[in-house]
Design a binder for this molecule. Structure first.
Ligand code: SF4
Ligand code: SF4
Length: 288
């Protein structure tokens, strides 16, 4: 098989929060948003091999080889000092992995899996790899029962959705904010593509859930919640909305000083959405 390599930050062989059932999750490196609220900020940048992280590694797990950062997993004790120092929110510990490598991991864990989810970073930035992976899963007699899901910020053009959706079983789509200026302030990007993508994915019957991060004083305002309610209702009667509560883990810059979102506030918004006719509203199991 001659398929593209993915730049991978992390692989989980067991996750029950990244789509239905137990899933193999591949976190792809690199994102086109730069959210101050990101819980995995070291998945945002693509390493430019500057070498700034090498002196921070007390375990000698990093070195420069022919102008490229080289990582020795056997020496690493996962102290994360290299992640903290990286000036572009990247990681020197990424792996370059083929579709066949992922299929092999899926085969080994198949008895425990319901499906595969690509996440990030922003998974759709490595679209060629994602499409190749999903095509191979569906063509493999041993793996074809696994569902293929994408966790995305939706910042992808219509033509690319046209290539991705036929091989995808479900999409979890994050909407960061409805107000354009607020969205830009939270992510560094416009929200027009994301809002359009929600409709495209729903029309294709592939929208598993909308996700919305509730931040006190920012996205919990009456205007944002009304926008979420009317947007979700307009997508159809079977829409599922997951509310996430803003917490401090991993966040950067001014977001470190923002108030966290409490359960009482989330429950109130969930009750409002249910009353407005949204049939399925999921709230966090934990507030950490
Ligand atoms: S996480 Fe691993 S590679 Fe990074 S600084 Fe710590 S020991 Fe070194
Ligand atoms: S991970 Fe960051 S600090 Fe380390 S070499 Fe790459 S860009 Fe530089």
């Amino acid at each position: 098989m001659n398929s593209p390599l993915a730049t991978v930050n992390k692989i989980l062989t067991y996750s029950c929060v990244d789509g239905p059932g137990n899933r193999l999750v591949i976190f792809l490196q690199g994102c086109n948003f730069n959210c101050v609220t990101c819980h995995n900020p070291y998945t945002v940048g693509l390493c430019d091999h500057c070498g700034a992280c090498i002196p921070t590694c007390h375990a000698n797990a990093l070195e420069m080889v022919n102008g490229q950062i080289a990582f020795d997993p056997s020496a690493c004790d996962q102290c994360d000092a290299c992640l903290d120092i990286c000036p572009i929110s990247s990681s020197p510990m990424v792996q370059h992995i083929s579709v066949e490598d992922i299929l092999e991991i899926a085969r080994k864990n198949k008895p425990f899996l319901n499906g595969i989810t690509v996440s990030g970073g922003e998974a759709t930035l490595q679209l060629k790899f994602v499409i190749a992976l999903f095509e191979e899963v569906k063509a493999d007699p041993e793996l074809k029962s696994l569902t293929c899901f994408v966790d995305t910020n939706g910042h992808l053009g219509g033509q690319s959705w046209g290539r991705l959706l036929p091989v995808t079983d479900g999409v979890m789509l994050d909407i960061k904010a409805f107000n354009t200026a607020l969205h830009h302030g939270l992510t560094g990007q416009d929200n027009a593509k994301t809002l359009k993508a929600a409709k495209t994915v729903q029309d294709a019957g592939k929208l598993y859930e909308l996700r919305f991060l509730v931040i006190p004083g920012k996205t919990d305002t009456a205007a944002e919640i009304e926008s979420l309610t009317s947007f979700a209702r307009a997508l159809g009667p079977d829409i599922r909305v997951r509310l996430n509560a803003f917490q401090h883990h991993g966040v950067r810059a001014e977001a470190e000083d923002w108030e966290t979102m409490a359960k009482t506030g989330i429950d109130k918004i969930a009750a409002h959405l249910r009353k407005a006719g949204i049939p399925e509203v999921i709230t966090p199991a934990f507030y950490l």
